[in-house]
Design a protein around this ligand. Structure first.
Ligand code: PMV
Length: 326
């Protein structure tokens, strides 16, 4: 049965940085994110005797042998669960071209997990789907449930799963994503996660992280944007402090990233409630409430070096759709 799924990328408010178990991608800490409306992956999967080997293609984009192998490894896990020996054709399309510098592994592995399970006739509960997606790429588990999502670090493979803590309608937040560099990452997050404990700041970050999560969730449930935004920004800086002091150090920011960070502080001093967060790359996610979206879009658009702006609202999680890519 040919099956197609769509999944959103997500932006972490409290970051996953560091693993307890690399093979099954068990994280060192729980994390918290929002699904994004305008950064999505669509994937169609079909298993058939007609295919003599697994065929992986990105609609209109090249796929490296490393990426193709990760995808084949992931569907092999599902194929084994289904007891199938058939090969598959997999076609994937991102709403954000690779050249935008937006990471596609979260939306990619979430869409792949839902589409491949459907194509194999496997039915899973949401919790199981998040566990399977996590094995493909950690942050992918947060792209399965709807809206605002917590990934519980858990104590084992079965207990490290993601769940929605509020639907996308809970809070009209905006992530005004500023693309400032379109090149691919030099160091993958998989490699970066493995070196965290070489940072002298790592243990300190871990000691306070459960408390940070509980304060952030309090501010979130109260829809207190100023309290929430400040915690999110501080948390981003804490992760980047670890990244920058790991061995080897990971410096993901460029000059435009820093200019945006300084501008956002200045706009805040001028009375605009706006905060930033940044993942493993130079692009800046500018957070505001919907009522300030237009103002923020025009302010970031005036900064030289911002090549594209993608405005995201909170989104639903991964789901199947009826139109296929082939
Ligand atoms: O899922 P990965 O291995 O790409 O790691 C994601 C790491 C960050 O994006 C930096 C943080 C996060 O929680 O999404």
């Amino acid at each position: 049965m040919k099956t197609t799924a769509i999944a959103p990328a997500n932006i972490a408010f409290l970051k996953y940085w560091g693993k307890r178990d690399a093979a099954s991608r068990l994280p060192a800490n729980s994390s918290f994110s929002m699904n994004l409306t305008n950064a999505t992956t669509v994937t169609t999967v079909e298993f058939s005797d007609e295919y003599t080997k697994d065929l992986v293609s990105f609609d209109g984009e090249s796929v490296s042998s490393h990426e193709a192998q990760r995808i084949v490894d992931h569907i092999t896990v599902l194929r084994t669960l289904a007891g199938s020996k058939k090969s598959a054709r997999i076609v994937t399309k991102n709403s954000f071209p690779k050249g935008t510098g937006v990471a596609s592994s979260a939306s990619g592995f979430a869409a792949l997990t839902v589409a491949a399970s459907g194509a194999l006739g496997l039915t899973f509960r949401e919790r199981e789907l998040t566990i399977l997606a996590r094995r493909g790429s950690g942050s992918a588990c947060r792209s399965i449930p709807d809206g605002f999502v917590v990934w519980e670090k858990g104590a084992s493979d079965d207990t490290s799963y993601a769940r929605s803590i509020a639907p996308s309608t809970f809070w009209n937040l905006r992530d005004v994503l500023c693309i400032v560099d379109t090149s691919m990452k030099k160091v993958s997050t998989s490699e970066g996660h493995q070196q965290v404990s070489s940072s002298p700041l790592w243990e300190k970050r871990q000691q306070g992280i459960d408390r940070t999560l509980s304060c952030m969730l309090d501010a979130f449930h109260a829809r207190d944007f100023v309290r929430f935004g400040q915690l999110v920004e501080d948390e981003c800086l804490s992760m980047h402090a670890v990244m920058q002091t790991q061995i080897p150090p990971l410096h993901y920011w460029n000059d435009v990233t820093i200019e945006l960070m300084k501008s956002i502080s200045k706009w805040r001093e001028d009375g605009l409630p706006v905060y930033y967060t940044i993942d493993a790359g130079p692009n800046v996610h500018v957070l505001c409430e919907a009522k300030h979206e237009q103002q923020v879009v025009s302010l970031v658009g005036a900064i030289g070096g911002v090549s594209r702006v993608i405005v995201n609202a909170p989104a639903e999680g991964a789901r199947t759709v009826t139109s296929h890519l082939f």
